[in-house]
Write a protein that binds this ligand. Structure first.
Ligand SMILES: Nc1nc2c(ncn2[C@@H]2O[C@H](COP(=O)(O)OP(=O)(O)O)[C@@H](O)[C@H]2O)c(=O)[nH]1
Ligand SMILES: [Mg+2]
Length: 212
């Protein structure tokens, strides 16, 4: 977890005391992050697990986009992170395009138990690049639902960790070849069990602040 997490009151308190003491040294920054990936891969669940520490097994479709804000302090910087959870279905593509503008990082999710969602990751990355003046942004690729891989061995042709890591490496190389090197992080997670989620997203958001 980041030192101070989704706790408005803590930030406000810190802001107030900071503004009394060193107001001229407090800087503010707003960063926009989008969560993308196919329908039902677990984008909303990962976001909820990270921001609210909850998990729901009943599927509720995301219509268009959902938006949340997370604030935290980093040394003398107040960081406001806008987190956009975009609906993955094809019919929402026209709506999605409205939300990419100004994106500074993207969390791209697939479901290890549905190989087609992994195979579509490059399309998602191209969609992000296309709506960002043909420039890539830092990526965090999340291989979600690893709990299903554990328990349904042999039943499903699950995507392995090695395949996920290879994909992240390939994307990084592709960005470099296009003349826009960008970090591409990779992690495996289970929103259901709360595995891997906090560490990976925390690290990713921190890296965006450092590079902003
Ligand atoms: N087994 C398992 N199910 C998950 C996991 N994450 C999400 N789900 C389920 O997958 C379905 C789709 O999740 P949701 O977050 O709505 O997907 P989204 O369409 O990408 O936002 C829901 O029924 C979730 O409960 C996970 O890590 N493991
Ligand atoms: Mg959703």
């Amino acid at each position: 977890m980041l030192a101070i997490k989704h706790s408005k009151s803590v930030v406000n308190k810190a802001t107030n005391s900071a503004s009394r003491c060193v107001s001229n040294r407090i800087n503010k920054i707003t960063l926009k992050v989008v969560f993308v990936g196919d329908q039902a891969v677990g984008k909303t669940s990962l976001r909820n697990r990270y921001l609210k520490r909850v998990y729901e097994s009943k599927y509720k479709i995301t219509i268009g986009a959902e938006f949340s804000v997370k604030r935290f302090l980093k040394t003398s910087l107040i960081v406001t992170m806008q987190i956009w959870d975009l609906a993955g279905q094809q019919q929402f593509k026209p709506v999605r395009t409205l939300y990419y503008s100004g994106t500074m990082g993207a969390v791209v999710v697939y479901d290890v138990s549905r190989r087609e969602t992994f195979e579509r990751i490059p399309e998602w990355v191209e969609e992000i690049i296309h709506h960002n003046d043909d420039r890539p942004v830092p990526l965090l690729i999340i291989a979600n639902k690893i709990d299903l891989r554990e328990y349904e061995l042999g039943v499903i042709d699950c995507v392995s960790r090695e395949e996920g890591e290879m994909l992240a490496k390939r994307l990084k190389e592709m960005f470099r070849e296009r003349g826009h090197p960008m970090p591409v992080q990779f992690c495996e997670a289970s929103a259901k069990l709360g595995l891997g989620v906090d560490e990976a997203i925390d690290q990713f958001l921190k890296s965006l602040v450092i590079n902003a």
